[in-house]
Design a protein around this ligand. Structure first.
Ligand SMILES: *Cc1c(COP(=O)(O)O)cnc(C)c1O
Length: 403
């Protein structure tokens, strides 16, 4: 593993994805951005497309709808085939991850009563959605450390493919099968995996999934999320949000609610056309690069973080907060330190952008489309320097609102 900067630069020179970096708006060469797992960079193609689309809106007004209205399904199909290992007609882009999770969990719960289960480490919004649903439906809620032991009597299980804190990658196929043996359905949250980690929904036997587009898929702040329902299950599920965009003969207007066949029944209201264009461009870039190559590069970059952490940071009191084995790790590496919050502040001052997760996790996200080996080397070099000099002590231990 490369420990000299020259060796890191040589790996970049041999990187088959190197040219993708220039497809993003950069203009900040001093800044090392290691937070693409929270909000991805802006692709040049997206900036140009959005400018054009805003012009188009101004010119076409309501006559634009025939060209805009199918975007949720069209972009969903691109995601399905190019990123998620699903078939056309199994993915739709709509709403936020949180709302989609609610829709799928509520619909799955209608198929059979039982407990709602998730793990204590899951992303907060996933736990909140289940808490609310349990209260509304009078269902039992189990938030546990060991999901597999909580499967008997479960109806719906919510799991993250990649743990947002530790980066641990779950065994999707095995856990889906284990839940099915108990008659439970898993809703997978792909927010921290799709676009950087291979996802093969059909091959893994997955029936239900949701995920966001503004992390590794680079679709921008507030871009809509997606949901996946395996074809076999679609017509047995009903969305708890009965909206006109999921209605048969939508523009006939005066009919009683009668949802369309297929994934479209999970649409609720008018799609965010401008944001959908951003999702489409982001997904196109990912598809062009190929998830297999993205994964290879992501693993190489994460391994470099681990190697430099061991060599430089362990003597400074750091420990690894992520699995050591790349086979069970997503596309970020968390490192831990008792002064983690202050170190994050000092790092941002040094123009390295990580993020922080309680209680002491500094997340270093690797977005393989635009992160280079030298970025990792320089970021960890700046980090060791500032901790050696004790610069973190200039910052308060109190937290700010957005971390
Ligand atoms: C980022 C993320 C979300 C985001 O949910 P929003 O509704 O888009 O705010 C949800 N779940 C997980 C696991 C995430 O990482």
């Amino acid at each position: 593993m490369a420990l000299s900067r020259d060796e890191a630069a040589a790996l970049d020179a041999a990187d088959p994805l190197a040219s993708f970096r220039a497809r993003f708006v950069l203009g900040d060469e001093q800044r090392i951005y290691l937070d693409g797992n929270s909000l991805g960079r802006l692709p040049v193609a997206t900036r140009d497309r959005l400018r054009d689309l805003v012009e188009e809106w101004g010119e076409r007004l309501v006559s634009g709808w025939p060209d805009w209205i199918d975007a949720p399904a069209r972009v969903g199909d691109l995601l399905a085939e190019g990123v998620l290992g699903a078939r056309p007609g199994e993915v739709i882009v709509s709403d936020s991850t949180t709302v989609n999770l609610y829709k799928l969990c509520a619909a799955a719960l209608e198929l059979g009563a039982g407990a709602l289960v998730t793990d204590t480490g899951n992303f907060p919004t996933d736990r909140y959605v289940l808490e609310g649903l349990a209260a509304q439906r009078g269902a039992e809620l189990r938030i546990v450390d060991d999901v597999e032991r909580a499967l008997p009597g479960a109806a719906v299980v919510v799991l993250s493919h990649v743990d947002y804190r530790s980066g641990e990658l779950a065994d999707m196929e095995r856990l889906t099968a284990a839940a099915r043996e108990h008659g439970a359905r898993v809703v997978w949250d792909l927010s921290h995996s799709a676009g950087a980690v291979p996802v093969e929904l059909r091959a893994a036997g997955v029936e239900l999934a949701v995920g966001c587009t503004y992390k590794y898929l680079n679709a921008g702040p507030g871009a809509p999320a997606y949901l996946y329902v395996a074809r076999e299950l679609q017509d047995r599920l009903r969305s708890p949000i009965q909206g006109w965009f999921g209605q048969r003969d939508q523009f006939a207007m005066e009919r009683a609610y009668d949802p369309v066949e297929g994934i479209g029944r999970f649409l609720a209201g008018t799609p965010p056309v401008i944001d959908l264009a951003a999702v489409e461009e982001g997904v196109r870039l990912t598809v062009e690069a190929g998830v297999g190559r993205l994964r290879e590069k992501s693993v190489a970059l994460c391994e470099l973080i681990v190697a430099l952490h061991d060599a430089w940071l362990v003597p400074l009191g750091f420990s690894l907060g992520s699995p050591r084995d790349p086979a069970v790790r997503g596309s970020h590496v968390s490192i831990r330190h008792p002064e983690g919050w202050q170190i994050c502040q000092a790092l941002i001052r040094a123009e390295v952008i990580p993020d922080f997760r309680e209680p002491d996790f500094i997340r270093l996200g690797v977005a393989p489309l635009y992160t280079r080996h030298v970025d990792i080397w320089d970021a960890l070099d700046r980090l060791r320097g500032l901790v050696e000099r004790g610069e973190q002590r200039r910052y308060e231990a109190a937290r700010s609102r957005v971390t």
